[in-house]
Design a protein. Structure first.
Length: 293
């Protein structure tokens, strides 16, 4: 029998996020965008020549011409490195676009077809493409938000910014900040708490134990000192909060400016769903983080 918590995750991965409306955040107000905006959506933009659908992204942008070039928020989905799709996060993309923030939702190749470091390499290539071919946003104000496995990718980008430079990002285009939601940052400690994850997805994504430390952001030097906002709910039934607390300590020791938030009893996927609701505190905190100067 499949444990209840696994069924919850499987069901949530198949659920399309509900659309959010509105947007009345500080920078959007400054650009005269206090009401719901028309959103332009461009889908399936390839960031690798001759790549497949897993190497594409969608862009959501307000159609109004702002007086100030808006920032770009890039979202990296979760799904245990082996499931998930950008189409499931259309509501999130629309919500941030309605707040005056251009958003890009990224696909990347999944396990078991590929293993680490393919996931983070793909996201780095997507960021390089977004910086090089910027339209309607400031390529020097790029932020990255990841959920679960996507937050792990964010941590690796902070530890390995050379991947971003190799992908074509200049130093002034490197991400100005990261938002980690219910993240996995230490694979070895994750398996101590959730031993069944080894066979379910960890070995499919990372191989055997001897490769885990080199793929764990908490165990790697943080070379990119960009700001972080870390979110982890007490109600998360799939990833223990120690993952985020230990990573917070690691970032703090590295001299990184960071903030954190515990949204209480929200579930693992309930947290990411909140970012489709412009009225939620989580959404407002993310907008404030991205638009802060």
């Amino acid at each position: 029998m499949i444990p209840c918590r696994y069924l919850i995750w499987i069901v949530s991965l198949l659920t399309t996020l509900a659309c959010g409306k509105g947007g009345d955040q500080p920078e959007a107000m400054a650009m005269g965008q206090s009401q719901q905006l028309d959103v332009s959506v461009r889908k399936d933009i390839a960031y690798v020549e001759n790549g497949g659908p897993d190497q594409t992204y969608d862009i959501y942008a307000p159609t109004a011409n702002p007086t100030v070039s808006p920032p770009l928020l890039v979202f990296v989905h979760g799904g245990a490195w082996q499931s998930g799709d950008k189409r499931d996060y259309a509501a999130l993309g629309n919500a941030f676009a309605n707040a005056g923030i251009v958003s890009a939702v990224v696909n990347y190749r999944l396990s078991p077809t590929v293993q680490h470091p393919a996931h983070v390499e793909d996201v780095a290539l997507a960021l390089g493409h977004l910086a090089k071919y910027a339209q309607g946003y400031d390529p020097k104000r790029i932020f990255v938000m990841g959920h679960s496995a996507g937050a792990h990718v964010c941590g690796l980008l902070a530890a390995m910014p050379k991947l971003l430079e190799k992908a074509g990002m200049t130093k002034d285009q490197l991400p100005k900040g990261f938002i980690g939601l219910e993240g996995i940052y230490d694979i070895q400690n994750l398996i101590k708490v959730w031993p069944t994850y080894r066979n379910w997805f960890i070995e499919k994504a990372f191989g055997k134990d001897d490769k885990w430390a080199a793929a764990s952001p908490t165990r790697l030097p943080i070379e990119l000192k960009s700001r972080w906002l870390l979110v982890h709910a007490k109600g998360d039934e799939l990833v223990d909060m120690a993952q985020t607390k230990d990573f917070m300590n690691h970032l703090s020791k590295a001299g990184v400016e960071l903030d954190s938030h515990d949204p209480g009893q929200l579930s693992h996927d309930g947290v990411v769903r909140a970012y489709s609701d412009p009225k939620s505190d989580l959404f407002k905190k993310a907008v404030a983080f991205v638009t802060f100067k």
